[in-house]
Design a protein around this ligand. Structure first.
Ligand code: UDP
Ligand code: MG
Length: 314
């Protein structure tokens, strides 16, 4: 029988071979300043660069480390979820493995937790090494999201956060396929707060979040927490109907009072193409939601573990 640790750290790892030695160093140092026992859950999200055996070797030599091996790359948000599912600590701390989330900030998160907060998110007050486009798009995204959803999602807050055990248990009941973890945790409620930190530069290696994955995450955030895009179709329909009535009156008036009626090729083409465009767009929006319904009703597991002998020894 093993006893539960006080703290669980969840770190998603996808091809982070170059960072891992530095990461282990920083985590080992951190664990010395914690006021309780700790487990480091290293979630290997289907790495193919040799990260997995590095994690396994570390875990063999150090009982605080556990490897949660996924059977393939399921993506950052699912990897976090797998780690949370496996966690046993009274407080669970999620952070990136690339040291952009400095492990020492966990001490600030823990301090707030001890004051009684159930969720403590780390809020970026600066982002080293992230410039121009990424900052601008991130800002735009959070503004759009805030205007679309009643769930309060903080600006400049990623997934770096601490969750109390009671929040973790609640979170584990949310089994949606398309996940936007920071929004899901906000949705849960409980006493939430933030602490500021400065986001560091990636310690080594390169980003595993290309634009396509970022767009996917942003769409999940909006679709998962708002039905306003669907309702836009209704407003648009109403607006276009009013315009059609006005135009209809104009056409009938022209038919009564004028004798040169067969004109209007331009207006016809403009109206047809406009309506065609709006129609397609709205079908597309509805399709986004339907696609997600389809994913959900298939009821597939969120992820699969591929536990090798090395992992299973713990
Ligand atoms: N990550 C993951 N699966 C993925 C992509 C990323 O587990 O499919 C991990 C990655 O190893 C890192 C964290 O998620 O620990 C954040 O990714 P990254 O640093 O590449 O994103 P960025 O900080 O550039 O937004
Ligand atoms: Mg990063």
């Amino acid at each position: 029988m093993d006893t539960s640790p006080r703290y669980s750290f969840v770190l998603p790892v996808y091809n982070e071979r170059d960072v891992l030695p530095l990461l282990f160093e920083r985590l080992d140092a951190l664990s010395g300043s914690l006021d309780g026992t700790v487990e480091f859950l290293m979630v290997d999200d289907g790495s193919n660069d040799g990260s997995r055996p590095m994690l396994q070797i570390k875990a063999q030599g150090d009982p605080r480390y556990r490897v949660v091996g996924l059977s393939r790359n399921f993506g950052h948000q699912v990897a976090i979820t797998a780690g949370i599912d496996q966690s046993r600590g009274e407080a669970v701390i999620i952070m990136d493995a690339d040291l952009q989330d400095p492990p020492e900030v966990a001490l600030d998160l823990i301090r707030k937790w001890r004051e009684g907060f159930a969720v403590v998110a780390a809020k970026r007050d600066s982002r080293a090494g992230e410039h121009g486009l990424k900052l601008a798009t991130a800002r735009l995204f959070y503004r759009v999201l805030a205007s679309l959803t009643p769930v309060r999602i903080e600006h400049d807050v990623g997934d770096f956060r601490l969750m109390d055990r009671k929040v973790v248990e609640a979170f584990k009941r949310m089994r949606e396929q398309d996940r936007f973890v920071r929004g899901m945790v906000s949705w849960l409620g409980f006493e939430q707060t933030t602490v500021p930190y400065s986001r560091a530069e990636r310690a080594a290696g390169s980003t595993k979040y290309p634009l396509s994955k970022m767009l996917r995450l942003a769409t999940n955030g909006i679709i998962g927490f708002s039905d306003i895009p669907l309702r836009v179709a209704l407003w648009f329909g109403a607006l276009v109907s009013v315009l059609a009535i006005v135009f209809g009156i104009y056409v009938v008036a022209g038919w009564i009072w004028s004798d040169s009626l067969v004109q209007g090729w331009a207006s016809t083409v403009v109206i047809l193409s406009f309506l065609g465009g709006v129609n397609l767009m709205m079908i597309g929006v509805a399709g986004l939601y339907i696609g997600r319904i389809y994913e959900q009703v298939k009821n597939r597991p969120l992820y699969l573990l591929d536990e090798t002998d090395e992992d299973a020894t713990r």
